[in-house]
Ligand binder design. Sequence first.
Ligand SMILES: [Ca+2]
Length: 517
Amino acid sequence: MLPKKWHLPVLLILGTFQSSACGSTPNFIIMLMDDMGWGDLGVFGEPSKETPNLDNMAAEGMLLTDFYSANPLCSPSRAALLTGRLPIRNGFYTTNAHARNGYTPQEIVGGIADEEILFPELLQKAGYRNKIIGKWHLGHRPQFHPLKHGFDEWFGAPNCHFGPYDNKQRPNIPVYNGMDMVGRYYEDFQIHRETGESNLTQIFTQQAVDFIERQAQSQKPFFLYWAIDATHGPVYASKPFLGTSRRGLYGDAVKELDSAVGQILDALKTHKVDDNTLVVFSSDNGGAMVSKDKGGSNGPFLCGKQTTFEGGMREPTIAWWPKHIKPRQVSYQLGSLMDMFPTLLSLADITLPRDRAIDGIDLSDTLLNGKNIDRPIFYYRGNEMMAVRLGMYKAHYWTWTNGLQELRQGIDFCRGENVINVTTHDQRNHTSQPLLFHVGRDLGERYPISPDSIEYHSAMKKISKVVRDHKTNLTPGQPQLNWCDTGVMNWKPIGCEKLGRCLPAPSSNPYKCVWMH
Ligand SMILES: [Ca+2]
């Protein structure tokens, strides 16, 4: 028997331990697809019904029909997810030209600024172990490495899996394990451009399952950011999935990702951490219509990746957390990937930083109690607010797809869709009289509401106020996507010396990046 004076502290310690072991500190998994469209999942109406695991995940959890990325392109969307802030604030935009989509190709000089706080950094301070698997895309130079921005582990690549390159004009993209590179795409990690065969999704899935097993054994909370990229061009799938989809190679990739989602959820169940793990599935931007038959489906929505129409930014989203999120729910909450920042921190009982604007909102009440919160969604392209959604109304202040010169070369972000005065090939300023759509009865943004109607005036009155407030309180961050330099490409990734795989780099020659659209 313990001396009497020890009873209270011992009980308190036991109490703390028990509540942690019982699951008061949840684990988080974000499964972020690359260029997957809203219409790619059976549960969202894809007629081939080739996503049984995702459809089941939705049946066991909550389907979010009106959930958005913060940008129609990879890098800014991902920077916004991790910072909870619009790209215009976190620096993932360009001022080289008006309303341009920029990202982080190998030539990019910039990346995620040290001043930005990524939510994994705050989870890490609270005792979480964080792993990113797959594509980082927030800059590839050493100072932007994910292990310097809140992650403890990384298996994946800093850029898209474009290639193969000759390692003279342009290096192949490195693959990292932890701090160091372990090889390069097309050299050590194969993607066959003719057949589309690659076992990368298998590797990324095994990495996830192993991490979950390790963390479950250690009984420490974890955050897994599973950012795999099989549905981004060049699209790939492993041999068992090749040729199995009715939709061609793109569908093969989706089927393999669906199978991987099933394996990851099974791993959570096997290791008995399913009741203590919130899993959110979504995509970084809309399906790439420019990829033609190797791109995703945006369902009933207009255009795709690169545009601020619904097809560019509305994402197939599912939230799953057994015994916390009730099964078979459909939520019409206007959600954003930026909401992950305050939502996950709130669920982990971590205070939000107060020294900066956070654009995401805490959705825990939506996920756990089905509450609906009024909020706007802003659609940015580079340095311009193109559109805003409030309730069922969406107002376009600017419209643009891309220039006619590009269109004539076959680059079409709205393939097969042409809505006069909406899918414009010049940058059209509608600020004095925004184009207004009701996205409930007109999902495809085809029939602008007459500016003479009472409905228009009533909706625009509310939207104008929201836009005014937003712009008044907006302080743009230092743009990170203005400067390029072939000297900064992946010639000498960290760890290349150990492998004897460093490449000779050309001398530095900075120039302003050219963003065509
Ligand atoms: Ca993407």
